[in-house]
Design a protein around this ligand. Structure first.
Ligand SMILES: Cc1cc2nc3c(=O)[nH]c(=O)nc-3n(C[C@H](O)[C@H](O)[C@H](O)COP(=O)(O)OP(=O)(O)OC[C@H]3O[C@@H](n4cnc5c(N)ncnc54)[C@H](O)[C@@H]3O)c2cc1C
Length: 803
């Protein structure tokens, strides 16, 4: 065994082997994979081998497309058969909601370059004569779908990697991972120790145990899963062509041909987490006892929909475990707070996803960033709140909902209340309807008291519409209060704080007492943050940003600290806060402050340490609503007192609570994008318009790429559009079409309540990105006329904010 390697990958399942292959392919041949048993000794060997492209996140779908398209090449490179059957497959809808869902998927597929199309039910019956088409109302066809041989694929990755110069060792269980002072890792096995610059946890079913070796607690959970294989079915024996694969959403099940029979898998309505406290080391090429009663109900549905199954004998019933993460998507990337430790865990659809996971992780390790935005798979989207218990609860929920529809306005119920603020009960009493973000509950909108705080999941406007309208009206006409505990707060203290921020941030770093907005770029010029920098004094700065991305940003800041004399901390949980917005917000604030808060004394984009209602606070004059507004950050123990004081002082000013939906509506009227939707690493500063905030006079990360793009001009641009709709708005990922051709896609949108206008933000080719250009936007399969606007439709000069 080698004594040194650039990378050691722990785990020889399909994920580890794909990472090895991609590292070797992209130039890091000095990579070694260690497998405790034979390759495929975890969940990989007993997978059903079905492959499909549809996923909740468009970039994951894109990567699933990449994975499937790679198989033929992989077979050729490795000389190992992957058993690919490119049969094509259909996604079957048995009710209108599912049909709408498929239409939305079709819309996403248009811009992802995936070739999905609706086919008639007659066509379904022709392609798959065993299905009863009367049970369905629509079918979406994807020619990429089919099945593979799971062991063949895993070995093909490993063999191809070996041919490219990488190596792997079986029967080499990793028993310790010890980090040296230089950041490298000693990876210890019974046969020797390898010192590696980086390690990758691809432990699959044992990801938790591999994590423990380095003191890491991962929120992943293996779940039991059943599929059955029938005896030969005469109709199949009589055919020459292989049957297509299929997914039945309502049945939460998938099926395909296996031999001369069929394979049918289902996600049980009541899931069974397996080995909750830890995966036994002795487990390997074994299966679990089938629990027929767990799947009986779903099987019956399957038999109704594919009647030939009821006649066929069951040849094999498989119950095997595989690992889920809290939201069902993989968890990959550098683990925040650790050096040179990479995760590739919770990959629950390895044969659809491992190619994409391997590609992204290898790019990230070698080039410093993946080619596309991998936020939906980034391990940094979770924080400390995502404990192992949380992992079990949420994995169970995600398993049970594997193919179950989640509507754009729906929040999932399990694992809620993980983090709450001191206002939780008060706001609940006010009628708050809650959502969780980064484990913290925040109010979406306010109903008329707790009894009224409910909403139907829908693709269309929900009953919250009118309630949000009155919140917006209160902010635009009087004053509103919103809890902003969920914003991220990062602190930088020390003599080099300014120097550091000047280099890490592309925009101006403000002078003492002032605030500036700035993009943060990757070396390739991709957006990595859209952040608010505040200078408290020359040696103390705060950055406010996306709460969801706080660990992602922490990881970025920490990875650039070397050589600077400063202390950095993610202080998001140390500061909670409340925002005041609206023309009467100054009057309200003045009632709470002894210091002068007049427009001359506290200007737009000022920050000061002061007292508000006698509470020590960081007071900023900012607002995301486009109105005169303030954000008041206080330590959590003071927030309740501040809140009570605000309610008392604002009672005669028409003060109203407002939530995230109202805020998101008002920012549309100002043409402002938001992080994770319109602004994210898929786009550059010039594409998003964030280049307006760049200080070109200084050196900063990503400058060369930004300068190059400034010279050539961006190929696509973020635009704001009005859309002529009735009772529906975009959520995101809808296709934008020009003359019937997909030219871009929506990144966010909704209803602008003050303007009474449906609106959307999205990216289109630069030559079309002009005020007045008209498009069609496809929402739920219908085309709606859209037109690009120029300046913001509400207060374009920003006079209200600056008043
Ligand atoms: C019944 C069933 C049906 C499925 N059907 C499908 C399907 O149709 N399509 C699809 O895409 N996916 C399917 N899956 C999911 C798929 O199997 C998994 O997503 C995939 O196997 C995950 O691969 P992995 O490499 O992450 O983990 P694993 O396959 O669990 O691999 C982890 C490896 O790490 C090794 N290891 C652990 N600890 C150590 C250590 N300390 N030192 C060295 N090595 C170690 C293990 O021995 C193991 O080989 C199915 C799963 C099941 C159970």
């Amino acid at each position: 065994m080698e004594s040194h390697a650039k990378v050691v990958i722990i785990g020889g399942g399909v994920v580890g082997c794909s990472i090895l292959f991609h590292l070797a392919r992209f130039g890091w041949q000095d990579s070694v994979l260690l497998e405790r048993n034979e390759l495929t000794s975890g969940s990989s060997w007993h997978a059903a081998g079905q492959i499909h492209t549809i996923s909740s996140d468009p970039n994951i779908s894109r990567l699933q497309g990449y994975t499937i398209k790679l198989y033929e090449e992989l077979e050729a490179l490795s000389g190992q058969s992957v058993g690919l059957h490119s049969t094509g497959g259909f996604y079957l809808a048995s009710n209108k909601d599912w049909y709408d869902y498929l239409k939305r998927e079709r819309s996403k597929a248009r811009y992802m370059g995936l070739d999905q199309e609706f086919i008639s039910l007659e066509e379904v019956a022709r392609l798959h004569p065993l299905i009863d088409p009367k049970r369905y109302i629509a079918a979406l066809w994807d020619p990429l779908d089919g099945d593979i041989d799971p062991s063949g694929v895993t070995y093909a990755y490993a063999k191809a990697a070996k041919k490219l110069g990488a190596s792997y060792h079986t029967h080499a269980a990793v028993i310790e991972t010890n980090q040296r002072a230089d950041g490298s890792w000693d990876v210890v096995t019974a046969n020797g120790t390898i010192n590696a610059e980086h390690i990758v946890n691809a432990g699959g079913l044992w990801a938790r145990e591999v994590g423990h070796l380095s003191g890491l607690n991962l929120p992943v959970q293996p779940m039991e899963h059943h599929y059955l294989i029938t005896e030969a079915i005469p109709q199949i024996e009589a055919r020459e062509e292989r049957l297509p694969a299929g997914i039945d959403y309502e049945g939460n099940m998938y099926f395909r041909q296996e031999g001369q029979g069929m394979l049918l898998g289902t996600y049980e309505p009541v899931a069974t987490p397996w080995s909750v406290t830890g995966t036994p080391q002795h487990f390997g090429h074994e299966l679990l006892e089938p629990q027929l009663d767990h799947i009986a109900e779903r099987l019956e549905l399957g038999f109704e929909r594919i009647p030939a199954l009821a006649e066929a004998g069951i040849k094999d019933m498989i119950n095997g475990p595989f690992t889920f993460g809290p939201d069902g998507n993989p968890m990959i990337g550098p683990v925040p707070g650790m050096r040179n430790y990479w995760a590739a865990v919770g990959v629950m659809a390895g044969f659809c996803q491992a190619g994409g996971v391997g590609k992204c992780l290898a790019e990230w390790m070698i080039e410093g960033e993946p080619e596309i935005d991998v936020w939906a798979m980034d391990i940094a989207r979770f924080g400390d709140y995502a404990s192992p218990d949380y992992g079990t609860i949420k994995s169970t929920e995600n398993y049970e909902r594997r193919f179950i529809l989640t509507f754009p306005n729906e929040t999932l119920p399990k694992g809620r209340g993980q983090r709450t603020t001191s206002l939780y009960d008060r706001l609940t009493a006010q009628g708050a309807v809650w959502a969780d973000g980064f484990g913290l509950e925040h109010a979406l909108w306010f109903a008329d008291g707790p009894q009224d705080a409910h909403e139907e999941p829908t693709f269309r406007r929900s009953r919250s519409h009118d309630y949000v309208a009155r919140e917006v009206k209160a902010v635009r006409e009087n004053v509103g209060v919103v809890e902003i505990a969920n914003f991220a707060k990062h602190s930088f203290k020390g003599p080099d704080a300014r120097k550091f921020l000047d280099y890490v941030m592309a925009g101006n770093v403000p002078k003492a007492g002032r605030i500036s907005l700035s993009p943060m770029l990757t070396p390739r010029g991709k957006l990595y943050g859209d952040l608010t920098i505040a200078c408290l004094d020359e040696a103390e700065f705060m950055i406010f940003g996306s709460g969801a991305a706080q660990e992602m940003h922490r990881r970025w800041f920490e990875s650039h600290l070397d050589g600077y004399d400063l202390q950095y901390q993610n202080e998001s949980s140390r500061y909670h806060g409340l925002g005041l917005s609206g023309p009467k917000s100054r009057e309200l604030l003045a009632r709470l402050c002894r210091e002068d808060v007049s427009s001359e004394a506290l200007k737009f984009r000022d920050i000061r340490r002061t007292f508000v209602a006698g509470v020590p606070a960081l007071l900023t004059r900012l607002s995301f609503s486009g109105e005169l507004g303030y954000e008041i950050y206080v330590q959590p123990e003071y927030q309740l007192r501040l809140y009570q004081a605000i309610l008392e002082a604002g009672a005669d000013l028409g003060l109203r609570h407002y939530g995230a939906r109202a805020l998101m509506s008002m920012r549309l009227e100002k043409n402002w994008g938001v992080w994770t939707l319109d602004l994210r690493p898929d786009f550059t500063a010039a594409q998003s318009g964030m280049d307006a905030f760049i200080n070109w006079e200084k050196d900063f990360i990503g400058k060369q790429a930004a300068v190059n793009e400034r010279d050539t001009g961006p190929t696509i641009k973020l635009v704001t559009m009005t859309i002529d709709t009735d009772d529906i708005d975009v959520s995101n990922d809808e296709a934008i079409l020009k003359d019937g051709e997909c030219v871009g896609y929506v990144t966010s949108g909704g209803y602008a309540h003050h303007l009474q206008q449906s609106m959307a933000l999205g990216y289109v080719p630069s030559d079309l990105a002009h005020a007045g250009t008209s498009f069609d936007v496809e929402i739920n399969g219908e085309m709606y006329a859209a037109k690009i606007i120029g300046a913001a439709l509400y207060d374009p000069a920003g006079e209200k904010m600056r008043a």
